[in-house]
Write a protein that binds this ligand. Structure first.
Ligand code: SF4
Ligand code: SF4
Length: 88
């Protein structure tokens, strides 16, 4: 299981989640308009979910139906060419 970042993060990216993630698995690169959680690194600790001011973070099985596209976006993001954190 992993956590997924949904549409609430788009154009917000305040990085509160980055600050609390114990394994630094929330990524971005310059030019992105949201952050992404690497499903292979997320340890399902849930620390990020309550700190997001936009309520943009969900356990994978609880992603709202109208945001299911974000599951694919988080899984298919180019983690090899991005860095943990909010990279402007
Ligand atoms: S659930 Fe935990 S490990 Fe996964 S992204 Fe959130 S803070 Fe990081
Ligand atoms: S806390 Fe929420 S809005 Fe802020 S960067 Fe993380 S997912 Fe995006």
């Amino acid at each position: 299981m992993t956590y997924i970042i949904g549409k609430g993060c788009v154009d917000v990216m305040d990085s509160s989640c980055v600050d609390v993630c114990p394994v630094d698995c929330i990524y971005s690169k310059p030019g992105d308009n949201q952050l992404f959680i690497n499903p292979e690194e997320c340890i399902d600790c849930a620390a990020c979910e309550p700190v997001c001011p936009e309520k943009a973070i969900f356990p994978e099985e609880s992603v709202p139906e109208d945001q299911e596209v974000f599951i694919k976006l988080n899984y298919e993001y180019d983690y090899d060419n991005s860095e943990p954190g909010y990279n402007i």
